[in-house]
Design a protein around this ligand. Structure first.
Ligand SMILES: [Zn+2]
Ligand SMILES: [Zn+2]
Length: 258
């Protein structure tokens, strides 16, 4: 693959840490040769206060306006760019059902699974050598995939495990195998690569390559500057790791409810 024609991972100002207007993103996507563009801003969480959501995610009462704004752009740009309204959501059994219902009602078309926290509320990307936290992360991601409602897993390698590499490989192996069984693609995150974060984590992707997972490259754009149709370094690394890269993503899962 030489260039991206689809990206399903992009944010908007509503999460409080992304910049620019939706229109700017769309215009930049068009200039970069994209044919499909999905916004998947950080989900609101049922019952979470505006104070706790601030700077991280929109609130429940912004959901309808968000999906409406994206749908309006989709109609306006129909013919030149296929625009979709999604959410990047965490999974938690306490409130996920309610969230999926509200998202559907608001007109959200698809969900991607970005498990930014584990059960104790700690950030998944914080370095840890605690096997319990690693297991907790993998369990939540697996349960999330098993709902059948997520189109793919965003940065599955967000967990920043600094402990026993063998244990990591074992847990990652289980997660990748389940993803493959359920036909849930895994995302190779280009923002993490471009900004020198701890992900993409080669140790994880070697396991995914061996397991034969479908891999989606996403920009995770938090600003128009993050948009490029030619992420040369990403393609190079994905090829070097032997990943099976695809642009084919099933956006109908949330609607179908399976
Ligand atoms: Zn973000
Ligand atoms: Zn994101």
């Amino acid at each position: 693959m030489e260039r991206l024609t689809a990206n399903y991972h992009a944010h908007t100002w509503r999460c409080g840490h992304a910049w620019g207007t939706e229109r700017e993103y769309v215009e930049t996507a068009l200039e970069n040769g994209f044919e499909v563009w999905g916004f998947s801003d950080h989900t609101p969480i049922p019952g979470m206060s505006p104070e706790r959501s601030a700077g991280m995610r929109m609130t429940m009462d912004q959901l309808e306006e968000y999906a409406g704004a994206v749908s309006k752009l989709a109609r306006e740009y129909a013919g030149s760019l296929r625009i979709h309204a999604g959410l990047e959501a965490e999974y938690h059994p306490d409130w996920f059902g309610e969230l999926a219902e509200s998202a559907r009602r608001a007109g959200v078309e698809y969900l991607i699974l970005g498990q930014h926290f584990v059960c104790d509320g700690a950030y998944s990307g914080a370095p840890t050598d605690d096997p319990e936290r690693l297991r907790d992360y993998c369990r939540l991601v697996t349960e999330g995939m098993e709902t059948g409602l997520f189109s793919f897993v965003a940065h599955p390698d967000l967990i920043n495990f600094t402990g026993d590499p063998e244990l990591f490989e074992e847990e990652a192996g289980r997660l990748c195998a389940r993803a493959r069984e359920l036909s849930v693609p895994l995302e190779f995150n280009l923002l993490g690569l471009a900004t020198g974060r701890h992900y993409p984590n080669p140790a994880f992707w070697r396991v995914a390559a061996r397991t034969g997972n479908d891999v989606v490259l996403s920009l995770d754009a938090h600003a128009a500057e993050h948009i490029t149709g030619r992420p040369v370094e990403g393609f190079r690394l994905a090829e070097e790791l032997g990943l099976r890269v695809t642009e084919s993503v099933d956006l109908t899962r949330l609607r179908r409810g399976v």
